[in-house]
Structures are given as structure tokens and as C-alpha cells.
Design a protein around this ligand. Sequence first.
Ligand code: FES
Length: 279
Amino acid sequence: MWEYSDKVLDHFRHPRNVGAIQNPDGVGEVGSMACGDALKLAFKLDAQGRIADVKFQTFGCASAIASSSALTELIKGKTLEEAGRITNQDIADYLGGLPEQKMHCSVMGREALELAIAHYRTGKRAAKVLEGKVVCRCFGVTEEEILRVVRENRLTAVEQVTNYCKAGGGCGKCRPEIEALIERVRGEAAPAPAAAPAPLTALQKIKRIEEIMEKEIRPALKKDGGDIELLDVDGSRVLVALRGMCANCQVARFPLKDVVEARLREFVAPDLVVEEARS
Ligand code: FES
């Protein structure tokens, strides 16, 4: 028994937009009875190029029916450009999620829509064309399709790929190749090393030092009746003067390096050297 969201069950029991359209502008068909899922999607545009009517016919499980129904609701009123941007994840999200083993139903919906749009644009009705290298021969899934589901759904395991597009779910011979494709996408997704922050200008550095002294250093010194004043900044040299109690307190000189310099290095620039002005 699959765990379905209330919305999946609602669209399964009361599917929207079921049927056929007379003289449709675009028709897309995917799947086959032999594989257990099949979907035919047809739409008609209005004068503004928006999808005025869309209908589907499907042979499939509860999630195939719910995914197709959701897709029709998602694309109604949209232009073909807008509809073409809908991903299988959008369909699943609209339904409040699908069991992962059923995600291929949402992929089937997206594929049928792409074929229907291609039909409208080219005037040619085509079954799903296997373009490029076929990785999974059992289910006729290409490298391009696998890369796409991995990227769009951030998949990290072969089992997930099988759930999303069936590749790898037959004899299993293609599984090492699917693994390699997942690795390839993982490599693409590796975050670029963070760019080093632009160095501060002299004015920015002075302002930042003043700010940190005001917020992070001065309050602690004032508590003990002391104070600190910024006299000059020369490159990485920060010249300060201790005031009040601190001026005559030898103990106050120790925190100069440990606290003041450490704070300024942490928040302003790592090469700053704090020196006390000799009077
Ligand atoms: S070739 Fe992919 S499962 Fe058989």
C-alpha cells in the first residue's frame, strides 16, 4: 500500500480534464501498455497563445492518473513557454509529493507535455524519440534523460534514478553507467571556491575599525573606567591610545594584543597590527 497525499487521492478519484479534444493544437503520447503506463495529452490554444483547453487519457496507476490530472491543472491558462518550464518536481509538489517509487509518473507527464509542444511547433506528431546514447535498453532511456532527472531532482543513487525514469529497473546491466552519470552531475554541482573578498579601501578600513572598536572593544574597557582611541591607520598598522584608567594601567596593555588586535583581525583584516602610541 503506497502512502499517498490527500491531493494525490483526490486527483486519482476525481481526475480533472480527462478525455480527448477535437482538433487539438498539440498532442503528446508517451509510455506503452507493455510497460504499464501510458499517457496521451492534448491541448488547444486561445487567440493569445495560452492553453485554453487540455485533456488527457491515461492507462496507469493512481499516481499516473493524479500526475496527469495535476499537470493539466498546472498548465491551463499558461503560454507554451511558461508550460514548458514546468518540471516533474513541480507536478509532484502540486500533489503534495509522490512516493519516490512513483516519481516516474510525474516524469511521464512532463515528457508528454514536451511532445505535445513539439507537435504544435513542428506540425509533426512523434512518439518519444530516443536522441543520443541509450543507456538503459530495457526501458529505452537515454543518457540525456538520466542526466536531466538527476539534475532536476538532485538524485544521488541509482535506485532513485530507477524510481524517476525506470532506467536500471530491468536486467541491471546499465546500473554502473547510471552510477557514473550521477557522479558526473555530482562533480558539476561541487561549489566553486568562494571568491576572495575584495580588499577594503583605506577609508573603508578606517570606518570598519572604528565600528568594531565602538561595538566590540570600547564597552568592555569603559566598564572598568577606561577607553581606547583610534589615532591613525597606516596600511596594516593601527595606532591607538589608551585613555582613562587604561592609560596608566599596565594590565590594560595585555589585552591590547590579545583582544583588540584579535578582534580587528577577525572582523576587519587578518594582517592588522595594533600598536599603542607613545606619548
Ligand atoms: S539495460 Fe537498464 S535495466 Fe536492463
